[in-house]
Write a new protein. Structure first.
Lengths: 150, 150
């Protein structure tokens, strides 16, 4: 009962539009979806990193396109941590649900940093991108360290 | 003439894409990325379908949010069919590469229909959504039938 209540609170905290139950037919669909959204986000985040770290030439238009995609993707996974999605093909730690306020804080922090990364990409300078990339990457890592199994 | 103009725009859009080799470190990264982009797209497309088919209540704002996400995702997978991505954890048929003009035509058709779906979602009426959803779904299916293994 306590577990169900906790999961319900988690679902309310993370669902953006409607509860996750209404958005995904099965828990495994939600897990697949949230992993997919991270995969797409990571690919575009990696391209920004390549530019920020000088492994790829800086191009303002490409940087902005990638930053906007990262920003769009960063909004998606949170609705997919509903009931029953703690088990299965996932590296999600149980702390996501047992310490849901901390998880929400970490996910909010990430979205704030991604927002700053977007502002930096719009500024159109590689220095602005470099300055914003590190904190954004750190916000990803913080969540992985605390809420994702190795 | 209108068609030629449209094709020219599509060609320009395609030409601005950086070669897939430059975007993905390994072919399996590209495969994982394109599958992830389809997964996210399908989830949001499914929510539009639920509204179009009366399985979920119509809500104009939710419809538009989902349509915009589908539209964003629909641009992504095509850069991830580069060299070496025909093998591995994929249901992609070899025809994608041996009949690449047909594949491009099918992917362009899909994007045109998704564009119309977006216009319909912006119109804010369930009837507009219903009218645009069927052709959009058919354009997805056509590509699956011809270019994806069962």
């Amino acid at each position: 009962m306590k577990n169900i209540f906790r999961l319900a609170i988690a679902a309310m905290a993370f669902a953006t539009l409607v509860p996750a139950q209404a958005q995904f037919a099965k828990p495994e669909d939600a897990i697949k979806y949230r992993k997919a959204s991270y995969t797409v986000m990571a690919a575009h985040f990696g391209r920004l990193g390549a530019m920020a770290n000088g492994r790829a030439p800086y191009d303002a238009k490409t940087a902005l396109e990638n930053a906007e995609l990262v920003s769009t993707m960063a909004k998606l996974p949170w609705a997919a941590y509903g009931e029953g999605t703690d088990k299965g093909d996932t590296r999600a730690k149980s702390e996501i649900w047992t310490e849901s306020a901390k998880f929400k804080e970490a996910s909010d922090k990430m979205q704030v940093e991604i927002g700053k990364l977007n502002v930096a990409a719009k500024a159109g300078s590689v220095d602005a991108l470099k300055a914003a990339f590190g904190p954004a990457a750190a916000s990803c890592k913080a969540c992985h360290d605390n809420f994702r199994k190795d």
